[in-house]
Design a binder for this molecule. Structure first.
Ligand code: SF4
Length: 189
């Protein structure tokens, strides 16, 4: 699934238009804090790999941000290995797959961590605020909040997809990379 034309330099654009809320949130945190914690790096790094970014491009994404607060040497020593590992280039050479929604939803998110699924892991006030920021009308926001309350996180995400793309989704969102691909089909025909 290497069909997108995403390049590292266009991530800001894509993250706003075509990323699901989980990945958009992580991207914003990366840009604003120049750092992500371990499990966040895994969730986002594997998603980027799933978009078709090469190892070199992924290294560039991380290096460009992390070296705003540390020197290149520290980045290479502490963080580059993990990126290569995600691409199966070092260690056990496993070709890790991007996480599905279910894996992300079932994971634990501790204080100060930003991975996870916003529909599951954000508190109600934070989620509502995010939906309002994204221009979701009030009645639709209420509907999404009800779905979330009833633990229908992926259906809430699908509703969010449909509202932001003005089109029905082909099926319930079950993978962040599926979200991106469906978005790409609608927006980049
Ligand atoms: Fe991301 Fe899946 Fe949650 Fe949507 S339902 S925000 S794609 S984890």
């Amino acid at each position: 699934d290497n069909k997108s034309n995403v390049r590292a330099e266009f991530l800001d654009y894509y993250s706003k238009k075509q990323f699901p809320l989980c990945m958009r949130h992580i991207h914003q945190v990366l840009r604003s804090t120049h750092h992500l914690k371990y499990r966040c790096r895994l969730q986002y790094g594997l998603f980027l790999k799933g978009l078709g970014l090469s190892l070199e491009e992924c290294l560039k994404v991380w290096r460009d941000e992390f070296t705003k607060t540390m020197d290149e040497n520290t980045f290479e020593k502490k963080y580059a290995y993990g990126v290569k590992h995600q691409h199966g280039k070092v260690g056990g050479m496993v070709n890790y797959k991007p996480y599905s929604c279910m894996t992300i939803i079932m994971g634990n998110v501790g204080p100060g961590e930003h991975h996870g699924c916003p529909f599951k892991h954000f508190d109600a006030t934070q989620l509502r605020q995010k939906l309002v920021e994204d221009g979701i009308p009030g009645t639709d926001t209420d509907e999404i909040m009800t779905l979330v309350k009833d633990a229908h996180y992926q259906i809430a995400c699908t509703k969010y997809f449909e509202l932001t793309h003005h089109k029905q989704s082909k099926s319930v969102i079950n993978h962040p990379n599926q979200y991106f691909d469906e978005s790409d089909e609608i927006l980049n025909v």
